[in-house]
Ligand binder design. Structure first.
Ligand SMILES: [Zn+2]
Length: 221
């Protein structure tokens, strides 16, 4: 099913020009793996960039852009990427819910990640070496409401399984939600299936509910 919520133009342009920080690039690449529309747009932007900057011969551009994009999506993580806490021995990473670019970062099966539980929410941290970002997989129990919160920076959330709703819309597999400081929301996981998301934030969230205001000094979610 084609996603309904896509990466914004600024994200796609930055991805196409290779200027995104690694955690954000990982979210965008994983969305691209699930979204032919944005994938085609990145190819178009890369071709446009090639024409504008005249960096490559025409024949190389026309023939190779899409192949190059697909190769990048399939490529193993760069040397600076540290697979999560699974350990090198756990090689079974074939969960079909996890698209290829992300799967390579996990380094093990989804279920073998070091999940930490917070009530109806479990999370596993990724890319700990990416300073200034918090990158994590989240598994929200079906029907569970997350704490209401806003953001000091930006939050990108990509749904991998199940779905969630907030004031901005309803998000299913492949959908990418972008939230900034102006968004104060309380995502609620759909009933029937746990919601699994890849989320990247570049600043701590700020809880806004009555309980959240009390807990803010003590929590980092
Ligand atoms: Zn898209």
């Amino acid at each position: 099913m084609m996603p309904h919520h896509h990466a914004g133009d600024d994200l796609l342009i930055a991805y196409a020009t290779g200027t995104l920080d690694e955690p954000v690039a990982l979210v965008v690449a994983t969305h691209l793996a699930l979204c032919p529309l944005c994938r085609n747009e990145v190819v178009r932007l890369e071709e446009l960039g090639g024409v504008l900057f005249d960096e490559q011969p025409d024949e190389a551009l026309n023939e190779s852009s899409f192949d190059a994009l697909m190769a990048r999506l399939d490529a193993p993580p760069t040397e600076t990427a540290t697979p999560s806490s699974c350990g090198a021995a756990a090689a079974d990473s074939g969960d079909p819910r996890v698209p290829r670019p992300l799967r390579d970062y996990l380094g093990c099966h989804f279920e073998q990640l070091d999940w930490k539980s917070f009530g109806g929410l479990e999370e596993a941290s990724l890319l700990p070496e990416a300073k200034g970002f918090r990158t994590r997989l989240m598994r929200i129990k079906s029907g569970t409401a997350m704490p209401a919160h806003t953001h000091k920076g930006s939050e990108l959330t990509l749904v991998l399984a199940g779905g969630f709703s907030d004031d901005e819309g309803h998000y299913l597999r492949g959908d990418l939600a972008e939230a900034g400081p102006s968004v104060d929301h309380q995502p609620i996981a759909d009933p029937g299936e746990d919601c699994i998301c890849l989320a990247v934030t570049d600043a701590p969230l700020r809880l806004t509910g009555p309980l959240g205001r009390l807990l803010n000094p003590f929590l980092r979610i």
